[in-house]
Design a binder for this molecule. Structure first.
Ligand SMILES: COc1ccc(/C(C)=C/C(=O)O)cc1
Ligand SMILES: [Zn+2]
Length: 261
């Protein structure tokens, strides 16, 4: 079990709720981002994103979420700048969401949950030979987090939503060979950044998190399309894929920096 099912409630300033922590973990994710405690860092650069839509490969239901995976054999889809010392290659993106709109995100802002959160996972191919090795290193991964809020229909997301019925069950995959994840980025460049971890096994402390301040809007039908996916394989008793977010983890000795004042 990679995390007790989160419960959508904010408890006091750190809205912690019996977090599942790994022994000896000092930089676990997700965390609550207390806006007033984040520290503006004028030396943070703008994040540079350049994705080649043709590197998109397929959508895969892995039994935790659905992953949109990319060809990461070259530097065609990369991010650079921001808090990063190297460029990082896009490997996959996925989402976390709730059974209802009151919760679903992994990170919270001032203890507020969003109904869903997008994670774009990148790895440091400048320093490490493989993704699997980068996963084990403190500067191995960079994950961009984007909050989803209920609002207008997101036209760019719809092409992905339309493909989800084909990956309803765990361990199903569908070819998905042109998609530009840049369409899922909010227009505002502002972000928070902190040193953290993966939020599903192996939970390694290898992630530089870049959390966008501005959410993107999606509509109820699009969130419902996520909720009709299943944790379970075809033929098993159906369990809806919802609440696939890890509980908040202690901040411990970390500072969250902001790229904005
Ligand atoms: C080597 O196996 C891995 C499994 C999962 C992950 C990720 C990217 C987990 C997460 O998104 O929290 C990485 C490697
Ligand atoms: Zn994630």
């Amino acid at each position: 079990v990679w995390g007790l099912k989160g419960v959508g409630s904010a408890l006091g300033p750190d809205c912690m709720k019996h977090p599942l922590t790994i022994p000896g973990g000092t930089r676990q994710s997700p965390i609550n981002i207390q806006w007033r405690d984040s520290v503006y860092d004028p030396f943070l650069k703008p994040l540079k994103i350049s994705y080649d839509p043709a590197t998109c490969l397929h959508i895969w239901n892995n039994g935790y979420s659905f992953l949109v995976e990319f060809d990461d054999s070259t530097d065609r889809s990369i991010i650079d700048g921001g808090p990063l010392e190297n460029q990082y290659r896009l490997k996959q993106f996925h989402f976390h969401w709730g059974a209802i709109n009151d919760w679903g995100s992994e990170h919270t802002v001032d203890c507020k949950f969003y109904p869903a959160e997008l994670h774009l996972v990148h790895w440091n191919a400048v320093v490490y030979p493989t993704f699997e090795e980068a996963v084990m290193e403190g500067d191995g991964l960079a994950v961009i987090g984007v909050f989803l809020k209920l609002g207008a229909r997101h036209e760019g997301l719809q092409t992905l939503v339309d493909a989800l019925p084909a990956v309803k069950h765990k361990d199903t995959v569908i070819e998905f060979d042109v998609f530009d994840p840049s369409c899922l980025m909010p227009s505002c460049p502002d972000y928070w950044t902190y040193a953290g971890s993966l939020t599903t096994p192996p939970l390694t402390e290898s992630v530089t998190w870049i959390i966008k301040k501005q959410p993107i809007e999606v509509d109820e039908d699009q969130l419902e399309a996520f909720r009709m996916l299943l944790f379970t394989s075809d033929g098993e008793e159906e369990k809806r894929m919802v609440d696939n977010f890890r509980p908040l983890q202690p901040l411990m000795n970390r500072t969250v920096r902001s790229s904005f004042q």
